[in-house]
Every structure is written in C-alpha cells, then in structure tokens.
Write a protein that binds this ligand. Sequence first.
Ligand SMILES: [Zn+2]
Length: 424
Amino acid sequence: MTTVEFWGGVGLIGSSKILVTEGTHRVLLDFGTDIPREADLFRPPVSLRQGRELAHRLRVGAAPRITGLYDPAQLDAGDPLGSAGPDTQVFITHGHIDHCGLAGFVDPRIPVHASPATIALLTALAAVGDGLPGGDPDWQPLPDETPVQVGPMTVERITVDHDTPGASGYLVTTGDGVLAFTGDIRFHGRNPERSWHFAERAAGCDMLVTEGTALGLGLPPGPPRTEDDVRADFATALAAADRDLVLLAMYPRDLERVTEFLEVATAAGRRIVWGDRTAAFLREAGVPDPLAWTAVGLDALRAEPGAFVYQPDLGDLRGIADLGDLPIGPKTVWLHANGEPLGPFESRWQLFTEWLTALNVPLQRIGSFGHATADDLHTFVHRVAPKVLVPIHTQAPDLLHPLAPTRRMIPDYAVPYRLDGSRA
Ligand SMILES: [Zn+2]
C-alpha cells in the first residue's frame, strides 16, 4: 500500500515536504524550511552555531521528526531519529529555501535529486558562503522527464515555470496510482508552456498536490503583472530618475530577470553595481563580469550618480546606515523587484522602510508575483482533473474549488493518507 504524509506546507506558505511510502521504500518531495516571518524563531539576530543547526531546529520543532533521513553526525548522540529507516531518496523542486533549506541535513548516503540548473544555483551560493546549512547533500542532477526507480516507485522530474531557474514538478508512479506535485508554479512568466506541459503530463492522476500561494492573499483582480511589465517599468523608472542614482532590490536567484535588468540598464546608459556578496554569487552562477561594490567604490558613484544602479547587500540590515553616504538626489528611487527584504511579512521590512523614509528615498514596487494566480490555479486543476486534489503551501486551501468528480482533501500535518485521500 502507498501512503502520503505532509510534513510541511500545511496551512502555511512555504515549508513543503511530502513523504510517499510504498512497502520498504520512501520518496521525499522537497525538504524546505519555513520562510522567514514573525513566527520564525530563527529570524535575525538569531544565528545557529555551525554543526548544531539541525539539533537546535529539532529542539524547537522547526524540523520534522522523520526517522532514518538525517545525517547521524548532525544529530544529538543517541537521537532515535538517527536509526535506520526505509530506503529513501529525496527530490527537490527548486532552489528556494522553503523547498530545499533542510537538504543539507540529509544523511549523505541518501541521494538528493534536483534539476541541473537548481544544483548549479545552490552550488554557486555555497561557493560564496551562502550555502545550505549542514553543507551540500549528495546532489544527483536529474535530466528532464527521465524516470528514476525507487524500489517499486518511479519518479519523473518535469520542468515548470517559476521565478528561479530549473524549477520542477514531479510525478511519482506507485503500485496504487500516480501522485503529481507542482512544487511552485506560475503561468504568467516567460515560459508558461512548461507549466501547461506539466498539466498535460499530470492529467488524470490519482492525487494532485498543488501549491496555492495566491489563495486568500487578496491580490488585485485582473491579469497578473508579467515579466514584460517588470522590464518596461524598470526602463521607465531609469529614465525618470534622470541623472540621479537608482537603488534596486531584486532577487539574485532569479537569474533570468538579472540578465534582462542588465540589458535594460545598459540600454539606459547605466551600470548595475551589486553588493560584494551578490556580485560573487552572480559570477559563480555564470553572469559575465558582474560589477562589485568594492571594485567601483563610493567616489565613482558620487562623481556620476546617473551612471549607476546600485543593489546593496541588505542581509541582516547591519550596514544600512552606510546608505547615508550615497549620493541621493531628488529623483533617486528604490526599485523593489521581489528582492530582499521580501515584503511586509518579514521582520526586516519595517526597519528597512523606516530608513528609506529617513533618507527621503521613495520605494517603488515593480516586481511580479512568482506564483500562479487563483484564476490560473483553477484552470490548471480543471485541466489536470485529478481524482483527489490536495492544496498545500497556502494559508487558504479551502479557496481552491475543483470541479466534480475531483474531490478536495485538506491534509493534517504528518498524518498518513492513501492516494484516494482517505486516512491510512
Ligand atoms: Zn515556495
């Protein structure tokens, strides 16, 4: 018999972890941490001592108690979680921490699969000291639509569209039927055909586990902002700033947008200067000659503010007072394109915006949502037409309404279910 357990993403955005068990074999889809928010005990200024990250997380219930999954060397001596479990393989959908943040704690004898682009991204982050806590797992690059056997189960990775390279969904074929998992998905990015292809491949599956981030967020009605809108707004804002400095917050893991912003800035006669950490990451990730802050320096910015766009490393905001040294002009603006701090739900946001107010820099949000809108989610679910629909990675799973005969199942944390949605 196949069972499915949801060890995260239940009633909240992020933290996805789906454990599929058939006989003596297990497939774990995603192994993420909760995204930083007020309830996150590990938000700044808390930092974890190296080597104790996992034990400290387990101590306060911030990592799931799944036996035979963790690296025994990172557990407290004698922790029963370190005893052997069923044969397990892990599959990661993409390189955002709410999907991969615990992967560094996995027993090094357990393979951890992901798309080649996801592994390249996480390896580049690790190379500049921004790697996964616990270190790199035993990464297995998994080509598109190439089945992997895990005991009686087969697992297939299918590339989808999301705001980071290599984002994927998975199909798990078991003796009792097929489970499909979207990871994070959108239909208004540069490659919506990938997400619709996933819908085709998942069509008629027994259980569709889908992200539902947009549900209940109260997003404005109408079509979502696209990457074309983001690009156009960036170009317009650069022109409007005239000869003044422009500040930027975009998410560097969105390498597609990094490339586009570099093109737009060049066309506007500006160069983007990145904080040193970000520049080092972009270089590792293959962006040609990213310009680092220390290579340019404050004097160059002061001499010709209108020749630059500057994205400082905000990290824990420790250096935010340094922004007072910048040549801030009457037309200087801070363009926020889904960068850090990510938004008002983060503990850093309030302090960040207080500083912008004090420095007299207006904040202009020009980003685009990385997740499917509620309308697109419904179209997607109707196209897949699964037997059972399981919305996770959302605060409002009850707002996703399938058409008959699809049944919706809202799971409880860590409870085993059959593929037909009944309790095992
Ligand atoms: Zn996510």
